[in-house]
Design a binder for this molecule. Structure first.
Ligand code: FE2
Ligand code: FE2
Length: 173
């Protein structure tokens, strides 16, 4: 059973995950225009992953007999002046997500909603990986500097990212 405050916060996060997917889709399109198909592929999968996250929230709200409420998704705004700028924007966004998940966990604790706290555990851990994976790409792009060969090597590497799948750890009730 979720109270009104928790239901609203979980709905907000569900929509935020969808808007994250929307931002990453915009970033993927920007990377396509830079002729970096591997980077664009990586970002498309990042977008797919956010839709899976949104679905996990959707199912959790539903499973608790609470009302799923969709909201408007804002137009994505990010710096598309270069590949490094795009990935820095992605990291900045993931940091916002991390602070939102932490606030949500604090709210679950305040409401003694231990099921929600347990549910959020997946996202708390997931955010560590989300920040780490983007940070790694930023570090490699910075190492590459102005080397076109190194950039193409990174692009090839990112082209190998496997498709996003729903994590078993996030299976709900
Ligand atoms: Fe997410
Ligand atoms: Fe994410």
């Amino acid at each position: 059973m979720l109270n009104g405050e928790l239901t609203a916060a979980l709905n907000d996060q569900m929509v935020f995950e969808i808007s994250s997917a929307y931002i990453y889709l915009g970033m993927a399109a920007a990377l396509e225009r830079m002729n970096l198909p591997g980077c664009a592929h990586w970002m498309r999968i990042q977008a797919d992953e956010e839709l899976i996250h949104a679905d996990i929230f959707y199912r959790y709200i539903n499973d608790n007999s609470a009302a799923v409420e969709l909201q408007a998704i804002p137009k994505p705004e990010f710096d598309s002046s270069g590949v490094l700028a795009v990935f820095k924007g992605a990291l900045k966004h993931e940091k916002i997500v991390t602070s939102r998940i932490d606030k949500l966990a604090a709210l679950a604790m305040k409401n003694n909603s231990f099921a929600t706290l347990n549910f959020l555990n997946f996202f708390v851990t997931e955010q560590v990986q989300e920040e780490k994976s983007v940070q790694e790409i930023i570090d490699q792009l910075e190492l590459a500097g102005n080397s076109k060969e190194a950039l193409l090597f990174i692009d090839n590497k990112l082209a190998a990212r496997a498709a996003a799948t729903a994590p078993a750890a996030a299976a709900t009730v």
